[in-house]
Design a protein around this ligand. Structure first.
Ligand SMILES: Cc1ncc(COP(=O)(O)O)c(C=O)c1O
Length: 378
């Protein structure tokens, strides 16, 4: 047998993963094994995944366009509804041009594999998402990683006019934000390009939910590449890449995961359109989410776990050891609370954590229940 499929070592180290048998899930609750849990592990930050407006829009689009896009975008898959969403995203975020992808993973692959050649360098924050790091490793460019959010470390490693700096708006496993004014000025000074992956900031931060750049007083045009996803605060699935018309035309020609993949299904595209409209007007949901974030942080301040500095929906409690993290997650599950036990290699060794995510769909009583259970679990 040419492959060793044993997972015994991973299991012994508390690192084996397996699919949980979820029956269904939304921003607030999930159902598994016939039991209802409060969901503190998802990314439906505004609770839109079951919004009636999204359901109605996707149902109507299914009747009008069918459930599938029928082809990849450059063949015949790119339809009126896709163009409408691209235009709405451009207007919302202040982008010149946009292209749609069926996932954030494939959006990052398209950009990072198509742009740089072997003469270029990619500078990536050490905590960038796997889809960014992996694309960087597969690209012909030299990849340099810099210490998390450390602008001095980045400055020391930069060479002029040599490539692309990549960071996240909100870090997916830590919940903190990158210092975008610093990144913008380093990119400008050094003549390098800059890319933001704002998967977890879009919808949650900034005016009308425009994301991390807006929250930090910057325009989308201050980065060269703006990537965002539809599967988090927008409650659907899929992603976009925005930038100059020239960049998007280039990626239409060379972004392989765009060219060689069936386009976004029209019902999904229509649901995203409806979600963008709701997100723009969702200040009440964003305010409620902020209230829950403060409530949670105050409530767990006395626990013997490190709470990372995050003012976003992602609130990780660092436990450290893998088995202990699994035990804590299991104790919470017994209390009807579902949290993510995140272990290496998703996060650095020794920093296994409960990745607790809050949603505007939660109530203050839900969050209090989680706080009480965390205190009781010790
Ligand atoms: C920062 C970041 N970028 C990209 C992705 C991938 O997006 P998608 O789930 O749409 O493939 C994720 C997903 O978790 C993410 O956290």
């Amino acid at each position: 047998m040419p492959f060793n499929l044993s997972l015994a070592e991973r299991e012994a180290a508390g690192l084996k993963r397996s699919l949980p048998a979820i029956e269904r899930v939304d921003g607030r609750c999930l159902y598994a094994g016939g039991r209802q849990y409060l969901n503190f592990a998802g990314n439906d930050y505004l609770g839109l995944s079951r919004a009636p407006e999204l359901l109605a829009a996707s149902e109507q689009a299914a009747r009008e366009y069918g459930v599938g896009a029928v082809a990849s975008p450059l063949v015949v898959g790119h339809q009126a509804i896709h163009r409408e969403l691209e235009q709405v995203l451009c207007n919302w975020l202040g982008l010149e041009a946009v292209m749609l992808f069926s996932s954030g993973f494939s959006a990052n692959q398209a950009v990072i594999k198509a742009l740089p050649g072997k003469e270029h360098t990619l500078w990536q924050d050490k905590l960038n998402h796997a889809s960014l790091q992996e694309a960087g490793l597969l690209s012909p460019a030299r990849m340099v990683r810099f210490a998390h959010n450390d602008m001095r470390a980045l400055e020391r490693k930069l060479t002029p006019n040599a490539g692309l700096i990549i960071s996240e708006g909100v870090f997916s496993m830590d919940g903190d934000t990158a210092p975008w004014p610093g990144l913008v000025s380093l990119a400008r000074q050094s003549g390098n390009w800059l890319m933001i992956d704002d998967a977890h900031g879009l919808g949650v931060l900034g005016k009308e939910g425009r994301g991390t750049l807006n929250e930090q007083g910057l325009e989308a045009s201050e980065v060269n590449i703006f990537m965002g996803t539809f599967g988090k605060a927008l409650g659907v699935s899929g992603a976009f890449v925005g930038g100059s018309r020239a960049l998007i035309d280039y990626l239409h020609n060379l972004g392989r995961s765009y060219i060689y993949s069936t386009h976004l299904p029209p019902p999904q595209t229509a649901a995203v359109l409806a979600a963008v409209r709701l997100v723009q007007q969702a200040d009440d949901k964003r305010d409620h989410l902020q209230t829950l974030i403060h409530q949670f942080r105050d409530g767990v301040a006395g626990l013997p776990f490190m709470l990372l500095p995050s003012n976003t929906a992602i609130q990780p409690l660092i436990v450290g050891e893998e088995h202990k993290t699994l035990e804590l997650a299991a104790a919470l599950k017994q209390q009807g609370l579902w949290t993510g036990a995140i272990r290496p290699p998703t996060v650095p060794k020794g920093s296994a954590r409960l990745r607790i995510t809050l949603s505007a769909a939660h109530t203050k009583a839900d969050v209090q229940q989680l706080i009480n259970a965390l205190h009781a679990a010790l």
